[in-house]
Design a protein around this ligand. Structure first.
Ligand SMILES: Nc1ncnc2c1ncn2[C@@H]1O[C@H](COP(=O)(O)OP(=O)(O)O)[C@@H](O)[C@H]1O
Ligand SMILES: [Mg+2]
Length: 372
């Protein structure tokens, strides 16, 4: 009987001690944060942004130099929503000096109801407009930094969510621009065009305010060492051929690398070796685990987009014989591809060439239909 579970984390942010590589990005962000510079961290979904921010918070806790608070903005729609999310981030900090300092200021913010100690936070619209509350909440980092005598780094995760909220970036800017002596910000987001627009459009209040850092795939050597170490610790082995093929298939996509690693781990018993046939089985398993999700994604594509992803999965250009065989005009191919890049499904390599961000989606598409 096998009692051990796979060591690979396949969903949600990975714990700080299970982090593959990323030392250079961590160091770069920490260095900017120490100087009060704003950082825009962009990467596709499931590339490890939240994992990295948690790791940064963990390291900062150990280093006692920076106090980090992570705000999850996923799905916010109003100024009040943003205010509540920020207040929640402060209210949910693990006990310590930072949590204590926050607990002293939170109950005095007009419009917020802080109940059950400081655990649940909600807005009372009768007392204040969402905007006023947001402004007050945005002042918490400065107050807290003064109380704890440390610089505070505020991470605004899923930052693309604020793009659709009227004046949210203006309110944010009006507050945070005066705090750089004590407070730093990281804006982390996955819809690159949206997130970037907030900082690169002259007409937007945050224009030119942040330095952009893009999170890429895992470094192949870092991923290989991590995998080999985890396999060795749990009584498994992988042949060099299978390892090379694994690195090629996953392309270092963070979540997909972990998912396929987890599947490989489960294919063999203790003492077993993963070779190419085991890898093939693991890939089938991983695809089966994602089938519903991938089907849902494809169902949402327009006809032109579905043709474009098929071309790209087979490494065919958007124009040419294969595109013609799919009756795809140049114009519709280009606009479909642009929309897919915006949604984070495709990456643009050159004018005519793209790649699919999710290597399992690409493999699934190749199995769905033959080369066009
Ligand atoms: N540095 C890392 N080390 C190990 N696994 C990681 C790392 N970064 C990402 N992952 C994998 O990717 C998944 C998604 O990570 P997450 O941080 O939630 O991504 P994002 O916030 O960019 O959507 C995790 O569940 C884990 O499988
Ligand atoms: Mg995340």
């Amino acid at each position: 009987m096998r009692v051990e579970a796979s060591p690979f984390i396949v969903a949600g942010p990975a714990p700080a001690d299970e982090v593959v590589g990323r030392h250079d990005v961590l160091a770069a962000i920490a260095e900017r944060a120490a100087r009060g510079r704003f950082v825009l961290l962009t990467a596709p979904r499931r590339y490890g942004k939240t994992t990295l921010m948690r790791r940064l918070a963990h390291d900062a806790e150990a280093g006692h130099d920076l106090a980090v608070v992570i705000v999850d903005l996923l799905g916010v729609q109003t100024h009040a929503d943003i205010a509540v999310r920020m207040a929640q981030a402060w209210a949910r900090l693990p006990t310590g000096a930072l949590a204590k300092a926050a607990a002293r200021v939170l109950p005095f913010i007009a419009g917020l109801r802080v109940a059950g100690g400081i655990v649940s936070v909600e807005l009372r619209p009768s007392v204040s407009s969402g905007t006023q509350t947001l402004e007050a909440v945005l002042d918490i980092p400065r107050t807290v930094a003064a109380r704890v005598g440390r610089r505070v780094l505020v991470v605004l995760d899923e930052f693309q969510a604020i793009a659709g909220i009227d004046q949210a970036d203006a309110v944010l800017r009006s507050q945070i621009q005066h705090q750089t002596e004590q407070v730093s910000y990281v804006f982390a987001g996955s819809e690159r065009s949206v997130t970037e627009m907030l900082f690169t459009d002259h007409a937007r209040p945050l224009y030119g305010q942040a330095e952009r850092i893009e999170l890429g795939p895992f470094d192949a050597d870092a991923l290989a060492s991590y995998l080999e170490a985890r396999f060795a610790e749990t009584d498994r082995d992988i042949t060099p051929g299978a390892l090379a093929r694994y690195l090629q298939i996953t392309g270092g996509h963070p979540q997909r690398s972990m998912l396929v690693a987890d599947a490989m781990w489960n294919v063999v018993d203790d003492g077993g070796t993963i070779d190419l046939p085991e890898l093939a089985t693991a890939l089938d398993d991983a695809l089966a685990r994602c089938a519903d999700e991938l089907t849902a994604i494809r169902d949402l594509l327009t006809d032109a987009q579905a043709r474009v992803v098929r071309l790209v999965a087979w490494d065919e250009p958007l124009t040419g014989a294969a595109a013609q065989r799919l009756s795809l005009s140049q114009g519709s191919a280009r606009s479909a591809a642009a929309a897919l890049v915006d949604r984070g499904l495709l990456r643009r390599e050159s004018r005519n060439r793209h790649s699919i961000v999710d290597p399992l989606f690409a493999e699934w598409l190749r199995r769905l239909g033959s080369r066009p």
